[in-house]
Design a binder for this molecule. Sequence first.
Ligand code: ADP
Ligand code: MG
Length: 276
Amino acid sequence: MVKEGSRIGEIFQLGQPIGTGGSAVVYAATDLRSGKQVAIKIDQGKDPSTRDRLRHEAFILNQIRHQNVVALIDWKDLPNQAVYLVMERLEGCTINQIIPQNIGLPFRSVWPILQQILDGISAVHAKNIVHLDLKPSNIFLAVLEEHHTQVKILDFSIAKMVGEKMDGHPVGTPGFVSPEHILGNCAADPRADIYALGALLAFFLTGQRPYHGQKPEQILAKQLAEAPETLDVSYLGQSKDLQGIVLKAMHRDPEERYKNVAAFKAALNSIRWSSG
Ligand SMILES: Nc1ncnc2c1ncn2[C@@H]1O[C@H](COP(=O)(O)OP(=O)(O)O)[C@@H](O)[C@H]1O
Ligand SMILES: [Mg+2]
């Protein structure tokens, strides 16, 4: 079991845990050779499927180099011990922490952030990779020198190569996972990320997830049957253009969505001076 204070591979000294999601834990860590601060995502040695996911995440992340995607520095697969990913250490917070709950932000404030997300996802798609888990807690707003901020897309643990068959498990995140992935039995397609980008846009402008429900199954069932519920909320409710863009991005039929990130961006670009 890995814990705070442990040394990993005699090279990294683990500090405090800075994030947990599924079953891996992300720790602050120091590279003892250089003193450099890094982040290490490591499995806790309990579940072989977590290791497989981390190996897969390393394989995927290793292919992408872009300023809006977290950088993988190294990764190791220690026999009978652990799999870990060494990443650039980000200071800042995930995007859910800066969007006022139930209120959201006006489009003019959201647009600079959204453009960086779209740039990052374009680079991901250019490598034939589909993220499949875009949601507020997987988008980091990193604070760089002189208070400059930069979006970094995190968490490629369920990403797939385009065309790779879905095994139906894990399903992604209710409210953001595409309807075709809820149903399973489909091949990975970038338009699943377009759906999630529509849901993210709705979240930014309303401070709410696009579908409500007490239980995950209720949200998933609504996604299959109904249009998003938050269209009339706050800043999204003020613009029919923005509503139309969210509805198209989140269309239940992938054929009816924007066909790629560039088309989604072009639609948003055309309204940015007229609303919000
Ligand atoms: N490179 C990093 N630097 C700083 N914090 C990070 C980094 N990577 C992840 N985190 C934090 O850890 C959390 C979980 O990481 P994530 O990769 O999303 O793991 P999971 O697959 O467990 O959801 C993130 O939401 C974020 O707060
Ligand atoms: Mg995550």
